[in-house]
Design a protein around this ligand. Sequence first.
Ligand code: PLP
Length: 421
Amino acid sequence: MDEIGIEAARETERVSDLYRRYVNPGRFRLASLMSLDKIEAEAKGCIIKTEDGTEYLDCLGSFGVFNVGHSHPKVVEAVQRHLGKMPLSTRFLLSKPLAELAERLASITPSGISYVFPVHSGAAAVEGTLKLARASTGRQEIISTHGAFHGKTLGALSASGRDHFKRPFEPLVPGFVHVPYGDTEAVRQVISEKTAAVIVEPIQGEAGVVIPPEGYLRELRALCDHWGALLIIDEVQTGLGRTGEMFGCDHDGVAPDLMALAKALGGGVMSLAAFVGNERAWAPLIEDPYLHSTTIESHAAFAAGCATIDVIQEEGLVERSRELGARLKAEIEQLAQTYPDVVGAVRGQGLMIAMDFVEAGHGGVVLADMIDQRILVGFSFNNPQTVRLEPPLVISEAQIERVVQALDHAFAQARSVMGYS
Ligand code: PLP
């Protein structure tokens, strides 16, 4: 090991020790088990470099955060412009980047959506939609779906659909009803004049990229209109080009009353989320602008949001997601035919792709082998038998090919470790 290698190893040991003692030994153990106990040092586009010089191809994009790639120069430059001047807002005076971000969001979101409330996480964005749905309808019931993932604060968790994450925190917020995802008939059975809102993801991400039947959102829209309820669409993971449209709900041509946005909105540079809504949903906030509030607002984060939307449009990333996603999915489907004993269904829309494994153990081997080949892919919170690919939308064709070849190797490895069934 050379001088730099020795220094990197020493630093890794020091940081590991700090993690074990002061961050969370359980979290460190998981990183260590996956051989991911390395210090991330820099990242550009789809490549992440650790302090010891190892390079990873990011094929996960932090579950939809890095749509424009890592450290996109336009986003970084937009943020830097504000850092030396005034990074955070007083919230009493006006923020130019907030106004400009709101205008951009109104121009790319479905018709009728005009107002924006900035927050800091997907869960906080979902909380805002749930609160506004109740306040603007004067009703309490919220219909959500099995397998849903909306975040881990109490309200968002109440809307989520996996008991494992809910049970230790009960009692959760009352008034939530869960029905099977993709099943409008099930919604019809429970929706009534007491329903404040129906909340859904256009594609369920954490459930393992579950795609509903075509027209699902349109039918939910009609049911909500009939009963005077609001339709909330959670675009935290599917938003900003991920699925091959700007928003997942664009596939169905549906305009929700409220939408939750996060992850990619900060351009992979800043933490930025928002809930957005139409006139009806926003009425309580217009009457009392401090009915819901949060203290920190960042000019720098809003500028990152503006630059991110510009990059997505200027670089044609929505179309890129659609085209490269279709190609990657087709190549994985072809591989799946060679490994029918390992890979089950392959699902995806745009660059949001998942594959099911015949046995849960296959997924673990594939994940480990991909990491071994220096490619990051992801598990699914609500479906342990599934591995997900959500690379930055700027991924190159050569990098896609590298991923396909690596998957071929990983599937073979899974077959040899688990045995040919
Ligand atoms: N909603 C969806 C659809 C998500 O996928 C996530 C996170 O994965 C969230 C909400 C919660 O976002 P955050 O982790 O930023 O709170």
